[in-house]
Design a protein around this ligand. Structure first.
Ligand code: FE2
Length: 240
């Protein structure tokens, strides 16, 4: 499986604190069946403002440590960029990173009310040639109240449902919403959003099984294989 969204880089955000912890977390991913991870530390969310150079350095450091430990997981660079008014500038200046440095950008929305500039910001990103990919839309209160809200934000299903939401770790509302988005084809990716070995572990296998009960095995597996592979392959190319 390919995981487009996980917090596995050491000492950058609320993911692993040390390189050793990071290796243990990726080892858990390996045993869950994951073979490639886009490391997506929080960017521009007020609490964590990681820099591109730190992401690239930590990715190389972690990949080297995994090689030494004999863990066959490829780590790719990325960032979970919090929706903010300077987002387009941050991308143009290379401060914010796309998924595997493509023009697909993992966007974190607030969990509560969406800011008034949301629609315009997402439109401006698209006009500039970027494709916003909404991280865990099922955790946003407006999407929970009305899943169609996501159609307005991301008409092409460019969204990632999180495994913990789908298996019920965050309670009934995110779970119910995750199920609705998947069953209606409104999110084409399933991601771990893993942060921690125990508190927020890799649960992708369980999540894919759950998704398969809703949309069938082939469509569920495409969410962690074919679809993410197609996105990663656009590195250095145009959008899909
Ligand atoms: Fe995340």
């Amino acid at each position: 499986m390919i995981d487009l969204h996980a917090h596995v880089l050491p000492d950058l955000d609320d993911g692993p604190a040390t390189l050793e912890e990071a290796v243990t977390l990726v080892n858990q991913a390996y045993h869950d069946g994951v073979r490639a991870i886009v490391a997506s530390p929080h960017g521009f969310n007020g609490l964590y403002n990681v820099h591109r150079t730190d992401v690239l350095a930590r990715v190389a450091e972690l990949q080297e440590a995994l090689k030494r430990a004999g863990i066959g997981v490829e780590i790719l660079p990325g960032m979970e960029v919090y929706l903010n008014l300077d987002l387009l500038g941050q991308l143009k200046l290379g401060q914010a990173l796309g998924i595997n440095q493509t023009r697909y950008v993992c966007i974190e929305l607030p969990t509560g009310q969406l800011p008034l500039f949301t629609g315009e910001m997402l439109f401006d990103l698209k006009a500039a040639g970027y494709t916003p990919v909404i991280a865990h839309p099922e955790r946003n209160a407006q999407v929970q109240a009305k899943p169609e809200t996501l159609l307005r934000l991301s008409p092409g299903g460019w969204a990632m449902v999180s495994a913990p939401s789908l298996v019920g770790l965050y309670g009934p509302a995110p779970r119910r919403t995750a199920e609705a988005l998947i069953s209606r084809g409104m999110a084409r990716f399933l991601c771990s959003d893993a942060h921690h070995l125990k508190r927020r572990p890799f649960l992708l296998t369980r999540a894919v099984q759950h998704a398969a009960e809703i949309v069938g095995k082939a469509r569920a597996e495409a969410m962690v294989m074919g679809h993410p592979a197609s996105l990663l392959a656009t590195r250095g190319a145009a959008v899909l």
